[in-house]
Design a protein around this ligand. Structure first.
Ligand code: ZN
Length: 136
């Protein structure tokens, strides 16, 4: 089992206000640690995430938490590349696609509630870069 070092500067604190991002950052770390062989973890560079606007993730907060949680681990220095995805609803009645930032799944064209959420709720790791140079 891998231990996590919580080494933070006085100004940087992991608080209840970013608990959501802490657990997501930990999930990303766990996932990467499962798919990348331990000896290659130090080479993980950019981790591209696709984060739906409705997932409630604050990108800069997630970035901060990831940095704090990876400090002193083989993943230290890896960076997150967060792509925010809009909330898009597709109407089953008129086939229109509409964006509604409030997350209301009602068709903007015809008002139908027979809709399907196309994006905006996802939280996926879409790409991992193993390119970071390891200093000798
Ligand atoms: Zn419609």
């Amino acid at each position: 089992m891998r231990s996590t070092t919580w080494a933070l500067d006085a100004d940087d604190r992991l608080t209840a206000s970013n608990m959501h991002e802490i657990s997501i950052a930990q999930n990303v770390i766990d996932h990467v640690s499962r798919v990348v062989p331990p000896s290659d973890l130090v080479r993980v560079g950019r981790i591209r995430l696709r984060v739906g606007i409705m997932s409630g993730v604050v990108a800069h907060s997630l970035d901060f938490c990831f940095g704090a949680l990876t400090h002193g681990t083989p993943l230290e220095g890896a960076t997150l590349d967060i792509e925010e995805r809009p909330f898009i609803v597709r109407c089953r009645t008129c086939k229109a696609r509409s964006t509604n930032e409030l997350g209301v799944a009602v068709c903007e064209e015809c008002g139908s509630t027979d809709t399907q959420i196309e994006s905006g709720t996802e939280l996926d790791i879409v790409h991992l870069e193993l390119s970071r140079q390891v200093s000798p």
